[in-house]
Design a protein around this ligand. Structure first.
Ligand code: URA
Length: 237
């Protein structure tokens, strides 16, 4: 959009906007720009220091390390927001759902509250996939039990997919996919079939897969394709 048109979003007429540009009252990314025809993103424009447009929502992924809590602040422990640079933290993106402190992997963070809400609501059936290391040998009967739904003390789980990747006498590795996320759910499901978890990592939410080039503790913004995929999944695009 042209700079003078963006400045007019502040409630100025087109000629007032042109005068404001000429007077250096219109800034792009904090610096005055005096070319009224310059092409700019409205969310980077201020008039007299005030933004003219609501900023674009933020969508990002974090590769959460163990020991970090899925929260924006905590009095005693490091939290996922501490992994973001100050400029992003100021936008105050919130985590989408929670991972337990000892669980690692994909955490989505966004300022888009409606998307966050739908991604964790069972109604929208966004799949979450975890890599699970557990004790003992997993068998196809465990996969059948996950698919049938497990009766836990306070609820019965919705059908979940258990893919056995490696099965040994002492330990196994599996990928488990579910569309709900109750408290400690995956841990409780494995305990219910007699295979307590030793490690859990989330690797996918809907169409977004954890970027394995991210070291634990690193983040990156979602691509437009990833964001659009999530918005479509949740009926928002
Ligand atoms: N299931 C769990 O038990 N813990 C998590 O953090 C996520 C899913």
């Amino acid at each position: 959009m042209r700079l003078d048109k963006a400045a007019a979003l502040a409630g100025l007429t087109r000629s007032e906007a042109k005068k404001a540009v000429a007077a250096g009252r219109v800034c792009v990314d904090g610096a005055p720009l005096r070319d009224p025809a310059a092409q700019v993103a409205p969310e980077s424009v201020t008039v007299d220091g005030r933004p003219v447009a609501a900023p674009q929502p933020v969508y990002l992924m974090v590769n959460k390390p163990a020991g970090v809590v899925t929260a924006t602040e905590d009095r005693h422990l490091p939290c996922v927001s501490d992994l973001l640079p100050e400029a992003l933290r100021r936008r105050d993106p919130g985590p989408v759902g929670r991972l337990d402190r000892d669980v690692t992997g994909l955490v989505l963070m966004t300022t888009d509250g409606q998307l966050a809400h739908r991604l964790i609501s069972p109604r929208w059936k966004a799949e979450k996939t975890y890599e699970a290391h557990c004790e003992g040998r997993l068998t196809p009967r465990d996969a059948e039990a996950f698919a049938a739904g497990l009766v836990l003390s306070d609820f019965t789980t919705k059908p979940a997919k258990l893919e056995i990747v490696e099965a040994g006498d002492d330990a196994s590795l599996a990928r488990v996919t579910l569309t709900e996320g109750k408290f400690h759910q995956v841990k409780r499901m494995f305990a219910a079939v007699g295979h307590p978890l030793t490690q859990l990592k989330r690797v996918r939410i809907g169409c977004v897969t954890l970027d394995e080039t991210l070291e634990p503790g690193q983040y990156r913004m979602l691509t437009q394709g990833e964001t659009d995929g999530l918005l479509k999944l949740c009926g928002l695009l």
